[in-house]
Design a protein around this ligand. Structure first.
Ligand SMILES: Nc1nc2c(ncn2[C@@H]2O[C@H](COP(=O)(O)OP(=O)(O)OP(=O)(O)O)[C@@H](O)[C@H]2O)c(=O)[nH]1
Ligand SMILES: [Zn+2]
Length: 226
């Protein structure tokens, strides 16, 4: 387990929900948080810096930013980074989570297949496109189904490696559901492998993270991976 860095323990803004704080603490304890340093920048300050930087990049590439199709590109990219594809770096954007007591005593696996997953490769900043499967065996808590999709999306909206993304979803759900019995698998195409570099347009990558009964019990694992 990697140690928590002092700056990662700084207090979060008060608009961070208790659930987001539980998830972040669990990730730090497990050494699974995305490597982050506090910037002290507001949303608008980040937007402005990224817009400026992309103005430099597009000019350096020799593109004419006076062209009416190109002139808004640095603005679009800055907005997309801050508010869309990297919004999961900001815990104030963590989804509202509804967890309820397991009064109906559900004790069988709840499994959600084919959760849409689009993320961004942190090595090349291009798309990872795939799907996730998530399952858990309820203990004391049950979570609203759409909240699982939202948690997947939150962590996908960060620069990622697929292995860490898979683990972050696992640990977030374990912390919120107060059980180890969670499993996550992701099957994805990496555009850094498909559209550049080795240019392999066929391969897909599967990563799996298993906790509790999914790790310990071969039948539970098989039912999940089936
Ligand atoms: N384990 C893992 N590797 C990834 C992921 N996304 C991209 N990579 C790999 O990260 C590696 C980075 O390797 P480098 O040699 O530093 O970069 P590169 O020269 O662009 O490598 P090539 O892609 O082989 O051209 C590549 O092998 C990528 O395929 C991921 O989610 N998980
Ligand atoms: Zn990549």
């Amino acid at each position: 387990m990697e140690p928590m860095l002092a700056e990662q323990r700084l207090p979060l803004p008060s608009s961070v929900s208790p659930e987001a704080d539980i998830v972040r603490t669990a990730l730090l304890e497990r050494g699974l948080e995305t490597p982050l340093v506090p910037t002290g920048l507001s949303r608008d300050e980040k937007y402005e810096r990224i817009r400026q930087s992309f103005t430099d990049i597009t000019r350096t590439l020799g593109l004419d930013l006076r062209d009416d199709s190109l002139c808004e590109t640095p603005h679009r990219i800055a907005k997309m980074y801050v508010d869309e594809i990297f919004s999961g770096l900001d815990y104030t954007q963590f989804p509202k989570i509804s967890v309820i007591d397991n009064k109906m005593n559900v004790e069988e696996m709840v499994r959600i297949d084919d959760i849409d997953l689009v993320s961004t490769c942190e090595h090349h900043f291009i798309t990872i496109d795939g799907a996730a499967r998530v399952a858990y065996i309820p203990s004391n808590k049950i979570i609203g189904l759409s909240k699982i999709n939202r948690i997947v999306r939150f962590f996908a909206q960060r620069p990622q490696v697929q292995e860490r993304l898979t683990q972050q979803i696992l640990v977030a759900l374990q912390a919120l559901l107060e059980t180890d019995d969670v499993a996550v698998t992701i099957n994805a195409v990496h555009y850094c492998v498909k559209s550049r570099g080795v240019m392999d347009s066929n391969s897909r990558t599967r990563t799996t993270a298993l906790g509790g009964a999914f790790k310990a019990d071969s039948r539970t694992r098989a039912e999940f991976l089936d």
